[in-house]
Design a protein around this ligand. Structure first.
Ligand SMILES: C[S@@+](CC[C@H](N)C(=O)[O-])C[C@H]1O[C@@H](n2cnc3c(N)ncnc32)[C@H](O)[C@@H]1O
Length: 274
């Protein structure tokens, strides 16, 4: 494995060239440094100085490095307090809006959905909630990620204990079957999420949403300029009055007048009604 200080110097050089931000990577750099070490072995290069030279002469290698820099950590019910706030405060408001708009459903989008933990948490909670809150409208969930490997795992929808352990036990019993290799999500929940292979920097789903979850990706790993550009695009996709949810430890770049704070400590914002 490449030594940590050497990897840090390399990342500090390479990340800005990918329009990413080093501080976001500080705590999670081991995952990325391990992948870069494997890449050096695959290319038969002796060290990061050689890899840097290789990058300077081989422009296609930048997109490989870009994919090596994807941090893919996730789990079900991540930041439980945020999901509880969504269910108790945000969803009732959005439900009311759907009713006022005479729309027949609520549309949600999870960006950087990893192996499906976030959109499936939403699907499980909305389905189980519908059993006790009859006024809740039907819903759709789109989940996008740039990484095909993560999307394949999302579609397989089987997880180990560490991924699901934060879920309330009755949700776990209701939504998963025990399997040799862990916990597999039942089809009733799986089929409520539609996955898209999309890079948020270059593509967006062609429709509008009541709720956009963009957690632990854009506002951690991308540089300030790219964050602002993507925020602008997200706002176009968010219906007036809709909710934008970012990571609990993230903050937004200057957001203009289109977006109001809902509960920023939990990363929830609301697009101004008009
Ligand atoms: C740290 S995970 C966050 C997962 C989930 N949102 C959460 O908070 O638990 C970041 C995810 O974003 C994906 N990702 C990275 N770059 C991306 C991009 N440019 N466009 C879309 N997804 C991307 C990664 O593949 C990874 O699955």
């Amino acid at each position: 494995m490449v030594k940590d200080p050497e990897c840090v110097r390399f990342l500090q050089w390479a990340l800005p060239r990918l329009r990413m931000s080093w501080p976001g990577y500080r705590k999670v750099r081991r995952q990325v440094c391990k992948r870069i070490t494997r890449r050096l072995h695959a290319l038969g290069l002796a060290g990061l100085a050689h890899y840097r030279e290789y990058l300077e002469t081989t422009s296609e290698e930048w997109s490989t490095l870009d994919s090596l820099c994807r941090v893919t950590i996730s789990r079900f019910y991540r930041d439980r307090i945020v999901f509880d706030h969504l269910f108790d405060v945000v969803l009732p408001c959005l439900t009311e809006q759907v009713r006022v708009r005479s729309a027949n459903r609520l549309d949600a989008w999870s960006i950087g959905c990893a192996s499906g933990e976030e959109p499936y948490t939403l699907a499980i909670s909305l389905i189980l909630r519908a059993d006790t809150v009859p006024a809740q409208p039907p819903f759709t969930i789109i989940a996008s990620d740039a990484d095909l490997g993560m999307l394949a795992r999302a579609q397989a929808a089987c997880y180990d204990w560490s991924s699901v352990k934060a879920l309330p036990r009755d949700w776990l019993r209701a939504a998963f079957d025990r399997a040799d290799h862990g916990y597999c999500l039942r089809s009733r929940y799986r089929e409520r999420v539609r996955f898209l292979h999309q890079d948020i920097r270059t593509a967006l789903p062609g429709r509008h949403f009541d709720m956009v979850l963009c957690r632990n990706l854009v506002f951690t790993y991308f540089d300030a300029e790219l964050q602002s550009a993507i925020l602008e695009k997200l706002l176009v996709r968010l219906r007036p009055g809709g909710a934008l949810i970012i990571g609990k430890h993230e903050s937004l770049p200057a957001r203009g007048r289109a977006l109001a704070a809902w509960f920023p400590k939990l990363g929830t914002y609301r697009r101004e009604p008009h």
